[in-house]
Ligand binder design. Structure first.
Ligand SMILES: *Cc1c(COP(=O)(O)O)cnc(C)c1O
Length: 392
């Protein structure tokens, strides 16, 4: 099909909830994508942080096809090897005790919130179900995770929202303390606010919140849906913050392109979900779990060091261009935000770049780079050249 044919079907038959860029992707290899007309694009997006091993990684492809040929699905009333192996790999490397598998970021966060509320109910009874989240956060699109999201623009249309969320300012411990109360059971946060604009939290603030949680017997819930699975240069971002959360959610990059996610618990709340208290049909899907095992095997220590180096390189190069429309960069590893300073909006700049052959994202008022973790030097340089030529 041509681009115009695909677009026509989309407009006629798909609910128009996305503002799409005029590209119909066809296939990819590494960090390079080709559209249906054969045009090449360098990918600084990984979908949105999903294709951690890029496109058609040979080991990933082999793991997925082998598992699909053996057992694509079995319900959670039976055991299967892929999810069991994955659970061990994840918990061991994250220093967590056990995991519940889900299928998306929002669903993983729902599980995390349910776990926190039940933990508190089991210990303290009713009336202690409030979760403190941060302003400018993003936690998903279900009714509850929208309520958890600390941005007013997400609190429209879908009333009534789930109650039991209170918002505090990031990097301001007084603001967190100001919304404390006897009804609170947890604090939930992203360590680098992704959708909000790639805003890394300050390490002292994060450690102070962790100490406050320990003092008040609140759970510390970390949403690593975007920051997890090597994106920031460690397997999970919390490993750079000198904290050990009680609960961690993950999704986007975990299965390298398949829908997957989950929530990991530490010792304190490893036995909250008992038989029948939480579940999902697709969670722990064998194909996605086999893919995730392969992703984790590729993302070893030296690989993560390279992620850090690549992130530094991209940021230095972009700042060194001194483009009038771009300001400072920020982020961790290959999760990079770039300030937009000129007349043109981030959306306009992104549209120009995509037209010129560089897939890129926006976040908050800036640009956002989430390249596949396997991006090569050559691909980075090609992408940077497009950026320089297009925006100068
Ligand atoms: C993307 C994202 C989500 C939502 O994930 P979905 O898979 O779209 O449901 C939640 N939290 C964070 C931090 C995210 O970046």
């Amino acid at each position: 099909m041509t681009f115009e044919e695909i677009k026509a079907l989309d407009e006629q038959y798909v609910m128009q909830s996305y503002t799409r860029f005029p590209v119909a992707a066809d296939h990819g290899k590494g960090a390079t994508v080709w559209d249906v007309d054969g045009r090449e694009y360098i990918d600084f997006t990984s979908g949105i942080g999903v294709n951690s091993l890029g496109y058609a990684h040979p080991l990933w492809l082999q793991a997925v096809t082998e598992q699909a040929g053996k057992l694509a699905h079995i319900c959670n009333l039976f055991y299967a090897e892929p999810y069991a192996k994955l659970a061990q790999k994840l918990c061991t490397r994250a220093g967590m005790v056990n995991v519940f598998f889900a299928n998306s970021g929002a669903e993983s966060n729902e599980g995390m919130i349910k776990l926190a509320r039940k933990w508190s109910f089991d210990k303290y009874g009713k009336g202690r179900g409030t979760v403190i989240t941060l302003r400018n956060s993003f936690h998903g699109r279900t009714i509850t995770t929208l309520a958890a999201t600390g941005q007013d623009k997400f609190h429209d249309y879908f009333f009534p929202f789930t109650e039991g969320f209170r918002y505090a300012d990031a990097n301001d411990l007084d603001s967190v303390a100001a919304v404390a109360g006897h009804d609170v059971c947890a604090v939930m946060m992203e360590l680098v606010q992704g959708e909000g604009g790639v805003l890394p939290l300050d390490q002292p603030f994060v450690q102070e919140v962790a100490a406050l949680c320990a003092k008040r017997d609140w759970l510390l819930l970390v949403d690593e849906v975007q920051t997890g699975v090597g994106r920031t240069g460690t397997l999970f971002a919390f490993q750079q913050y000198g904290i050990q959360p009680d609960v961690v959610s993950f999704a986007k990059g975990i299965a390298g392109g398949l829908p997957f996610g989950g929530v990991m618990a530490g010792e304190k709340c490893a036995r909250v979900f008992t038989s029948g208290t939480h579940g999902t049909t697709f969670g722990g899907n064998p194909v996605a779990a086999a893919a995730a095992c392969q992703v984790l095997d590729v993302i070893d220590g030296p690989f993560l060091d390279r992620v850090q180096e690549k992130g530094r390189y991209l940021r230095e190069q972009i700042e060194g261009m001194n483009l009038p429309c771009l300001g400072k960069t920020r982020g961790l590893g290959l999760m990079i935000g770039v300030e937009v300073t000129g007349e043109r909006s981030n959306r306009e700049l992104a549209a120009r770049l995509i037209e010129s052959g560089l897939l890129i994202l926006t976040a908050g008022p800036g640009l956002r780079l989430l390249p596949p973790l396997v991006i090569t030097q050559e691909e980075m340089d090609k992408g940077l050249a497009i950026l320089r030529e297009t925006l100068r």
